[in-house]
Design a protein around this ligand. Structure first.
Ligand code: I22
Ligand code: ZN
Length: 198
């Protein structure tokens, strides 16, 4: 019984990945163009999200700054979820709603990218970060689920929405991780060319 339930989670996750492959390949390719344009123009990526998505934001920044699968110079990315002093000071002195927005305001510059990760599309601090990115003339890449929530209404034509068509946070997050790896793989391909042996 329990094993059946576990197997069902694998099947559901795999089904969603199949469904998302066709739907998301175009927006993911658009996001790659935005990232490559940002990096080659001397910009940086700021990433944010809550809970599991905070982990995703850090995972992405680690693979940009460190490496993904191929050797290359580090690429500029900062996860806005990691500095406990900033998060507690801003959360305590202002509100939790602006913990990411304050950092975008301080660190963001025109041409930078905000990678905003929220499965509901409704987290207030992520929405505020998007508003702050807009003020800074940054491009937003939004990773969401469900319908894209309130975040969808905040995006403009030059932004990219990657919306996983599911209503369960865990399943959406599982696809988000795959999307992040697709982004890293494709950015490396654009910057370095085809690998010598594949
Ligand atoms: O990882 C999980 C659930 O799988 C949770 O930690 C989850 O990320 C948190 O509840 C977040 O606060 C959800 O925020 P969001 O994705 O709706 O923006
Ligand atoms: Zn989780």
């Amino acid at each position: 019984m329990l094993e059946q339930r576990i197997q069902q989670q694998f099947f559901d996750s795999a089904d969603l990945k199949y469904a998302a492959a066709e739907l998301l390949s175009k927006p993911i390719a658009d996001a790659v163009s935005a990232l490559v344009g940002c990096i080659t123009g001397g910009g940086k990526v700021l990433s944010c999200g809550n809970g599991g998505s905070a982990g995703d934001a850090q995972h992405f920044a680690a693979e940009f700054v460190g490496r993904f699968e191929r050797e290359r110079p580090g690429l500029a990315a900062i996860a806005l979820t990691t500095d406990a002093s900033i998060l507690t000071a801003v959360g305590n002195d202002y509100s939790f709603e602006v913990v990411f927005a304050k950092q975008v305001q301080a660190l963001g510059a025109p041409g930078d990218v905000l990678l905003a990760i929220t499965t509901s599309g409704n987290s207030a601090n992520v929405l505020a970060a998007v508003d702050a990115a807009r003020q800074k003339d940054m491009t937003v890449i939004a990773l969401t689920g469900n319908t894209g929530g309130k975040l969808r209404e905040r995006l403009v034509d030059t932004d990219v929405m990657i919306c996983v068509p599911h209503d369960r946070t865990a399943r959406i997050q599982e696809v988000h991780l795959l999307v992040l790896h697709c982004l890293c793989d494709a950015v490396d391909l654009q910057l370095l060319g085809e690998p010598e042996s594949t």
